[in-house]
Design a protein around this ligand. Sequence first.
Ligand code: PEP
Ligand code: MN
Length: 372
Amino acid sequence: MIVILDPNITEHSEEYQQTLDYLSQLAGITPHIHKIQGTQQTLTEIYLIGDTKSLSTEDIHALPGVERVIRISEEYRILGRHRDKQRTSGFEYNGVRFSQDNLNLFAGLCAVDTPEHVEIMFKALHEHGQTCARMGAYKPRTNPYSFQGHGQSCLPYVFELAGKYSIKVIAMEITHEDHIIEIHECLEQTGHPTGVMVQIGTRNTQNFELLKAVGRQHEFPVLFKRGFGITLNESLNAAEYLASEGNSRVIFCLRGVKTNMGDPHRNLVDFSQVPVVKRLTRMPVCVDPSHSVGSREHSPDGILDLMHATAQGIIAGANMVLVDFHPEPAKALVDGPQAMLMSELDWFLQDVTLAWDCYQKRHALAEKHWAR
Ligand code: PEP
Ligand code: MN
């Protein structure tokens, strides 16, 4: 059960103390306090852990300072929506808003290779009014002899160039908790020219110790990829590890699942699950067409499969797109065959806008229907 306090109630108020004292003396129940930092105020949610079946929501609602009480199902305790449409979703990070109601685009290099390519990418994004990007420094590779990413050594120029072109948030995968410290230290040394959204890759979706470590830090929000060989439910439970350790600023990313049934695509595209994740949880949902589709093929209509998949995700209500671009895909050290070209950026952005407009119209149409 979750007890949501009135946002005007402070920790030092009498109402807060009275309610907490009452909840603390309930037999077999432990209250856990969870604070959600919003732009204007801090929201306090008290999670009642234990057997809450016999508790009456009406009695608890009547306690001083209580705004709402939600009875929760067991799964995804913090990130779950629990059939409550009103529960707040989303967060702001480094001036960028992430929620289930808007759309952010993260285009960029799968793996950082040269400062020149990083600069071409950021410059093009800036010229198109984009403020977010993807840049891989730590690459988990299937083959130990493949390029593993430049790691810590490329961070200074990546962050400085991001600052030069007003990029506010970079999605960057980490594969070990030490990488959080390396990113933190480099941002300090370079004077925080940009922000980082830490990415958990599909190979680490169930690396629970890594998830706990990332959950314990509050500096960086997290882009969490679904596991490519596990169920959606298992991936959502894994995401909850981050929140259970204290970090609920999590975006859930669909990136396809591994099966030959998806051939000739690299993975079977799973973007029809966008609305499912939005219904079950409060996380904004990202789609990654690059790692789902895995090629630059196009159909007779001239539209790349990558763009069709992106549009399918957005039209279903996705809130973020993570997509590989590269100035010279033939020279890319990782995933060149799936990278879009710089000459396609403008076309891609226009196509994204079309799909987003369509989603908004579809949303308005549904609201009209339900208002009848
Ligand atoms: C990536 O986004 O660079 C990546 C490796 O993705 P995934 O973990 O989904 O394979
Ligand atoms: Mn990749």
